[in-house]
Design a protein around this ligand. Structure first.
Ligand code: BYC
Ligand code: FE
Ligand code: FE
Length: 487
């Protein structure tokens, strides 16, 4: 791309410096020193809380070498503690204006607007906190990898979540002075599921004990990442917008890992049922005898991950979200493509609420309903993969459909918390919920069964019995490619 296309030459990523970057770090010695000071602490965190016992493995990873969508990554075997985590911003759009809120149409901010400092810092810290949290959650998975291909994908996701942490730390350290540096330190000190210093948001303190959970997480929870990053990419604070825009290119791969991972599980289950002549997909006992994961159990996993992830959108009606929107700090999904005034002082949005034991849609001020709308957009976005999973099932000749649970199912945050709501959206009594919850969510026995399948399969080109091989290799590598050299 030439200078004329972007308004600014794309600064290639410089890998000679200690911290690869396209933000001309060398020109700001104080910032460079602060980040170089943070780097060893980050590596210490990676070694202590990142993928366990993997320091000697050589992993076929992609590393970002630019931000041009047409070719931004190179592939090669690297030891993860030596991975080059860099700071990359999408190119600056010359003349960009704030697209929404009460400052709509004003030039985008290149510095933090004083009146919104605290608000902005909080959002950056919450975003940053989720990145290392997910790496911590996935710490033990390499012990039970179903293949070298999958192990490599896990590590690819992990190093990129690490880079996302770098993206937020760069903003904190560059733009928020001393408290920014303290927050950067705090991001390395909290730990997923730690009783004293847990990660900030609920879903990031849940366990990721098995690979099915990992695939569901990368499909459903990384998709919250997508929706939140899309909203922050609209921000009037231009450095945040540019950071998030580049993070989104990486995010697509995380959701690919989840979608194809679950898809391969489904495919293998269908193949095994076919070979064994099983036509009743609900005959769980018979299916499990084949050492594959039955479809009703997959539905329960979907229910769980959708509900826990829906909580990440915050309360449906939120003054925090209204304030961030009006301030021009956090917009909506596809903000610039929405046909309204982008200020929303006079608009309403339909929000589902529980009234007298029933779910009803109520018109609420659109500003207060920003989170509700993003949650609705999330459910629409998540439906795509389910359609493709269902195609695998129907093509194999089985009658079964995976569905998204109702957005109010099993919620702990927001409008639906405190109510008992079925996956179909029916409000029931606590007793009914207790009686039926094992039909909707994984029981201990289901969890144990899934756990029993988690045996490592580390021969080149081989896959554990419960998952099909991928259709194509990473970067078009052959079937028996050694994605991870264990050493
Ligand atoms: N757990 O008005 P409310 C990703 C708190 S994922 C615990 O309801 P608000 C990734 C809330 O903090 C994307 N606490 O909600 C994925 C607030 O506390 P304070 C991460 C929660 O503020 C996979 C209070 O309840 N990025 O990138 O409108 C792998 C009332 O808040 C929860 C972001 O989330 C919860 N679930 O919205 C790796 C974007 N929900 O301040 C990475 C940045 C709410 O009163 N964050 N609370 O103490 C935000 O935009 C907002 O903070 C939220 C909450 C959307 C999370
Ligand atoms: Fe991320
Ligand atoms: Fe991600």
């Amino acid at each position: 791309m030439s200078e004329a296309d972007t308004g600014e030459a794309i600064v290639e990523v410089n890998y000679d410096e200690l911290i690869p970057n396209n933000v001309d770090l060398a020109s700001d010695t104080k910032l460079q020193r602060a980040l170089e000071n943070w780097l060893p602490k980050y590596v210490e965190w990676w070694n202590e809380a990142g993928p366990e016992d993997t320091g000697d493995m050589e992993v076929y990873l992609r590393t970002a070498v630019g931000v041009d969508p047409k070719g931004w990554a190179k592939f090669g075997h690297v030891r993860m503690p030596e991975y080059r985590w860099g700071i990359l911003l999408a190119p600056k759009e010359e003349g960009r204006v704030i697209p929404f809120g009460k400052h709509k149409g004003e030039p985008a901010w290149q510095e933090v607007p004083g009146e919104y400092r605290a608000l902005l810092r909080r959002l950056i810290v919450v975003q940053g906190d989720t990145e290392p949290a997910s790496v911590e959650q996935q710490r033990y998975l390499s012990k039970t990898a179903p293949s070298l291909y999958d192990m490599r994908n896990l590590f690819q996701v992990n190093v990129e979540e690490g880079r996302h942490l770098w993206a937020m730390v760069y903003l904190l350290v560059k733009y928020f002075g001393r408290d920014g540096r303290e927050e950067a330190q705090g991001l390395l000190e909290r730990r997923s599921a730690d009783v004293d210093k847990p990660r900030i948001l609920g879903a990031f303190n849940e366990q990721t004990p098995d690979w099915l959970t990992f695939f569901m997480f990368t499909y459903f929870t990384d998709r919250d990442g997508k929706m939140q990053l899309e909203s922050l990419a609209q921000s009037g604070f231009d450095p945040l917008s540019r950071s998030c825009r580049f993070m989104l290119t990486e995010e697509a791969h995380h959701m690919f890992v989840g979608e194809t991972g679950v898809g391969r599980v489904i495919q293998r289950t269908c193949e095994a049922m076919h070979e064994a002549g099983i036509s009743d997909v609900t005959d769980i006992e018979a299916v499990r005898k084949l050492g594959v994961i039955d479809l009703p159990t997959l539905q329960k996993k979907v229910n769980f991950h959708v509900s826990v992830t829906s909580d990440l959108f915050g309360a449906e009606l939120s003054t925090n979200a209204a304030n961030s929107f009006s301030a021009g700090i956090k917009g909506r999904f596809a903000e610039t493509r929405i046909d309204d005034d982008h200020v929303l002082n006079n608009d309403t949005y339909k929000v589902a609420r529980v009234v007298d034991g029933k779910v009803v849609d109520m018109e609420e001020p659109a500003l207060n309903a920003i989170n509700a709308r993003l949650l609705d957009d999330y459910h629409k976005d998540a439906a795509g993969g389910l359609g493709r999973w269902n195609k695998i099932i129907s093509k194999a000749g089985f009658e079964f459909e995976l569905t998204l649970p109702y957005k109010g199912f099993h919620r702990k945050i927001g409008e639906f918390s405190g109510h008992f709501i079925t996956p179909d959206g029916e409000v029931v009594s606590e007793q009914q919920w207790q009686d039926q919850k094992d039909e909707w969510l994984i029981s201990d026995a289901d969890g144990e069964y899934i756990g029993s399948l988690m045996k490592p399969c580390l021969e080149k080109g081989q896959y554990a019995n419960w998952i099909a091989a991928p259709r194509v290799g990473i970067n078009k590598q052959p079937d028996d490619y050694e994605y991870v050299k264990i050493n």
